[in-house]
Design a protein around this ligand. Structure first.
Ligand SMILES: *Cc1c(COP(=O)(O)O)cnc(C)c1O
Length: 344
């Protein structure tokens, strides 16, 4: 039995895909870069590959694309990070679609006849051509990325700039902009949405217009429960000292598993639905919680993320974003796709 596990609710992911596609009236390119945001790309694509709403996947680099092919993915795989000299053979061999965002990418693809998509930089200041630059028979699609999807005015400027580029390109199979937060713009001239985070039920903003189901439950076992006397320091550097006799549980989950040390003495975990505060410094493999008033015992599970709190909630407390928390989830967490939908 693994000490820490991440349950991935298949039905919740499917419902989230359907809700977002229905809201936007378009199929989806599912973004599963960085091992599907730490959730486990092979697990996530096993759910998404069968959905008719999902037309393609997007990953960051060629290695991630190869991993998906080896796992049996048949759908289109976009490689967002472009293509460097020496990588072009893998694109052909594994049937990957490069997203070209620089002259050098085109140079690497000279004489290679595979479909390509072209990225434009309409205000992200990262990847993409600044003006319409690519006239090439291989172009099957174009895209751009919003830098500040919560900023309505700025996003409208980016969308308008991209609309002008799309007009000049003419009819294409793939024209895409909208990320999880971006789908609120319901852009009329795009063909697909391009979504990552919201697949898991993490809302990119408070008044999100699509209702999402929580798809992830992260929990770990208690490996010790004992009562410490008053005035006893807990964990490294004694940043917490008991005021009274305190029932202290040791959860088999630490910062090496992805629970940031900055959450020490700040966040709570949940035992049978009750908040139990993290006390003392989070350590590499273990985190202490105050279980006073519960009947907790060794081997019981403590919820880190699930019904009671989301990655977004925890990220706020840690001063970061859910993307960073999730992509820090360690390999030793046991990942599992669940078909039963109870609890979540
Ligand atoms: C990561 C990424 C996305 C997905 O963004 P979410 O906010 O997770 O939906 C979309 N497009 C590009 C270019 C990305 O890098």
């Amino acid at each position: 039995m693994p000490r820490a596990e991440l349950k991935i609710r298949a039905e919740s992911i499917r419902e989230n895909v359907r809700s977002m596609c229905k809201f936007s009236g378009k199929p989806m390119i599912a973004v599963v870069k960085a091992d599907a945001y730490g959730v486990g790309a092979v697990h996530v694509v096993s759910v998404l590959e069968k959905l008719k709403e999902v037309s393609a996947f997007a990953v960051a680099c060629v290695e991630e694309g190869v991993e998906l092919r080896r796992a049996g993915v048949k759908k289109k795989i976009l490689v967002l990070g472009g293509v460097l000299k020496g990588e072009e053979k893998a694109f052909v061999e594994y049937g990957l679609t490069p997203v070209v965002s620089h002259r050098e990418h085109l140079r690497a693809l000279e004489g290679i006849n595979i479909p390509i998509q072209v990225k434009y930089d309409t205000g992200m200041g990262r990847l993409g051509f600044l003006e319409e630059a690519v006239e090439d028979e291989r172009v099957e699609g174009i895209l751009t990325h919003l830098s500040s999807p919560l900023d309505y005015k700025y996003s409208q400027l980016q969308i308008e700039a991209f609309r002008r580029i799309a007009e000049r390109h003419g009819r294409l199979k793939y024209v895409h902009v909208e990320s999880s937060a971006g789908i609120v713009y319901r852009i009329p001239f795009t063909t697909h949405i391009r979504v990552g985070l919201a697949l898991y039920g993490e809302k990119p903003m408070q008044d999100y217009p699509v209702s999402l189901k929580k798809a992830l439950e992260l929990r770990a076992q208690l490996i010790s429960v004992k009562t410490l006397p008053a005035n006893f320091g807990v964990s490294y550097s004694r940043t917490y000292v008991t005021q009274k006799p305190t029932m202290v549980g040791v959860v088999a989950f630490g910062y090496a598993d992805g629970l940031m040390k900055s959450l020490s003495n700040k966040a709570s975990l949940y035992y049978k639905g009750k908040a139990v505060r993290i006390i003392g410094n989070i350590t590499m493999d273990m985190t202490m919680v105050d279980l006073t008033g519960t009947d907790a015992k060794v081997g019981d599970w403590v919820e880190i993320v699930g019904e009671s709190q989301s990655f977004t909630d925890l990220a706020k407390l840690a001063g970061t974003i859910p993307y960073e928390l999730m992509t820090n989830l360690s390999r030793r967490i046991h990942r599992q796709v669940r078909e039963d939908a109870h609890n979540l």
